[in-house]
Design a protein around this ligand. Structure first.
Ligand SMILES: C[S@@+](CC[C@H](N)C(=O)[O-])C[C@H]1O[C@@H](n2cnc3c(N)ncnc32)[C@H](O)[C@@H]1O
Length: 219
């Protein structure tokens, strides 16, 4: 953890002015309801467990997780206070079972061994390779032994056509953060952070590229 380093981040649709359109854009371009339902199903959160959604954005996945399992304790973390305000509107019905925290994945503001599950969707492609490694090391730290990591993100395109479509995301979010998706680097970084049982469980071709789901465990 590096407490001194000043942090910059890429907002949800890169430019702040687009943030309020984020939910609509994602709903119509990423097969959101299908891949997020698959991530919820894969993560099997249990009552009484503690779940962290890293890069929670406007809180759509955070809400699905809370709905899936009553008495699951859910924390959504995001660097952007503007998206957290939008998330707060969605999540206020859950009361203090769901809390939101402003912060950076590379410096998670939680004690070690705090969560049984960490989830993340469409987040890692906002980070450089080095930042991805830092975030994964932090996620490893805050997971309890035996804890599970479940990620959905842009991954290796499943066809040449999917590769061409993903170019649009690269133009928007930047090549230095998204090239890892094309090269399938994330599972290697997950392994290098200490996780075991790393698996690419499924993938979803979309109108902007291929979304891949991963799972891993902290030994
Ligand atoms: C594309 S959005 C994904 C939001 C949500 N998880 C979803 O599936 O719709 C990526 C989010 O990551 C956040 N973010 C970017 N860099 C971050 C960092 N270093 N730490 C925490 N959040 C970050 C952005 O503010 C943005 O809300």
């Amino acid at each position: 953890m590096n407490a001194q380093k000043p942090q910059r981040f890429i907002p949800a649709l890169k430019y702040r002015v687009f943030t309020r359109f984020y939910d609509t854009v994602v709903r119509f371009t990423t097969r959101e309801s299908i891949f997020k339902a698959a991530l919820v199903k894969q993560s099997v959160p249990l009552s009484g467990e503690h779940l962290l959604d890293v890069g929670c954005g406007t809180g759509t996945l955070t809400k699905l997780m809370a709905l899936r399992t009553p008495e699951l304790q859910v924390v959504g973390l995001d660097a952007d206070p503007v998206t957290l305000e939008l998330a707060q509107k969605k999540l206020s019905p859950f009361g203090n079972r769901v809390t939101l925290q402003q912060g950076f994945a590379q410096q998670l503001p939680f004690k070690g061994d705090s969560f049984e599950i960490v989830v993340s969707s469409l987040f890692f492609h906002h980070l450089t390779t080095e930042q991805k490694s830092e975030a994964l090391i932090e996620i490893f730290r805050v997971l309890k032994p035996g804890g599970r990591l479940h990620i959905a993100d842009w991954g290796k395109p499943s066809s040449f056509f999917q590769r061409v479509l993903f170019f649009i995301v690269q133009l928007l979010d930047g090549f230095d953060t998204t090239q890892d998706s094309v090269e399938n680097t994330l599972p290697i970084l997950i392994e290098n952070s200490g996780f075991s049982h790393i698996e690419n469980t499924c993938y979803f071709p979309t109108s902007l590229g291929t979304i891949r789901l991963f799972q891993a465990a902290k030994p």
